[in-house]
Write a protein that binds this ligand. Structure first.
Ligand code: ZN
Length: 76
Protein backbone atom coordinates (compact mmCIF):
# COMPACT_ATOMS: atom_id res chain seq x y z
CA UNK A 1 0.00 0.00 0.00
CA UNK A 2 1.19 3.52 -0.77
CA UNK A 3 1.94 5.82 2.15
CA UNK A 4 -0.63 8.63 2.39
CA UNK A 5 1.69 10.87 4.40
CA UNK A 6 4.71 11.18 2.13
CA UNK A 7 3.12 9.60 -0.98
CA UNK A 8 6.58 8.43 -1.79
CA UNK A 9 6.99 5.21 0.09
CA UNK A 10 5.60 1.76 0.35
CA UNK A 11 4.50 0.03 3.52
CA UNK A 12 5.87 -3.23 4.83
CA UNK A 13 4.71 -5.43 7.67
CA UNK A 14 6.51 -4.79 10.90
CA UNK A 15 6.11 -3.71 14.48
CA UNK A 16 5.72 -0.31 16.02
CA UNK A 17 5.54 1.30 19.45
CA UNK A 18 2.33 3.17 20.16
CA UNK A 19 2.35 5.98 22.72
CA UNK A 20 -0.95 7.39 23.92
CA UNK A 21 -1.51 10.22 26.35
CA UNK A 22 -4.81 10.80 28.04
CA UNK A 23 -5.56 12.83 31.15
CA UNK A 24 -2.55 12.18 33.36
CA UNK A 25 -1.77 8.80 31.94
CA UNK A 26 0.86 7.83 29.41
CA UNK A 27 0.51 4.42 27.86
CA UNK A 28 3.31 2.91 25.83
CA UNK A 29 2.53 -0.28 23.97
CA UNK A 30 5.44 -1.98 22.30
CA UNK A 31 5.56 -4.51 19.48
CA UNK A 32 2.22 -3.65 17.93
CA UNK A 33 1.94 -5.27 14.49
CA UNK A 34 1.60 -2.53 11.89
CA UNK A 35 2.33 -1.50 8.34
CA UNK A 36 5.31 0.82 8.28
CA UNK A 37 6.33 3.22 5.52
CA UNK A 38 9.82 2.48 4.23
CA UNK A 39 10.33 6.15 3.42
CA UNK A 40 9.00 8.30 6.27
CA UNK A 41 8.48 5.65 8.93
CA UNK A 42 4.81 6.39 9.50
CA UNK A 43 3.00 3.36 10.87
CA UNK A 44 -0.49 2.21 10.04
CA UNK A 45 -2.54 0.08 12.37
CA UNK A 46 -5.43 -2.03 11.23
CA UNK A 47 -8.80 -0.96 12.54
CA UNK A 48 -9.02 -4.06 14.70
CA UNK A 49 -5.64 -3.41 16.30
CA UNK A 50 -6.32 0.31 16.86
CA UNK A 51 -9.46 -0.66 18.74
CA UNK A 52 -7.50 -3.09 20.91
CA UNK A 53 -4.73 -0.57 21.56
CA UNK A 54 -7.28 2.08 22.55
CA UNK A 55 -9.03 -0.37 24.85
CA UNK A 56 -5.72 -1.11 26.61
CA UNK A 57 -5.06 2.63 26.97
CA UNK A 58 -8.52 3.32 28.35
CA UNK A 59 -8.13 0.56 30.90
CA UNK A 60 -4.86 2.12 32.08
CA UNK A 61 -6.48 5.57 32.33
CA UNK A 62 -9.41 4.09 34.24
CA UNK A 63 -7.06 2.52 36.79
CA UNK A 64 -5.38 5.89 37.24
CA UNK A 65 -1.94 4.55 36.34
CA UNK A 66 0.34 7.42 35.36
CA UNK A 67 2.66 5.52 33.10
CA UNK A 68 2.47 2.03 31.78
CA UNK A 69 4.77 0.32 29.36
CA UNK A 70 3.55 -2.95 28.02
CA UNK A 71 4.09 -5.32 25.18
CA UNK A 72 1.25 -5.92 22.80
CA UNK A 73 -0.19 -9.40 23.01
CA UNK A 74 -1.87 -10.36 19.75
CA UNK A 75 -3.85 -13.13 21.41
CA UNK A 76 -5.45 -10.93 24.07
ZN1 ZN B 1 5.61 7.65 4.13
Amino acid sequence: MECVICKNGNTFEGFTTVTLEQNNSVVVIKEVPAYICNNCGHSYLSEELSTKVLAIAQETVRKGIEIEVSRFNVAS
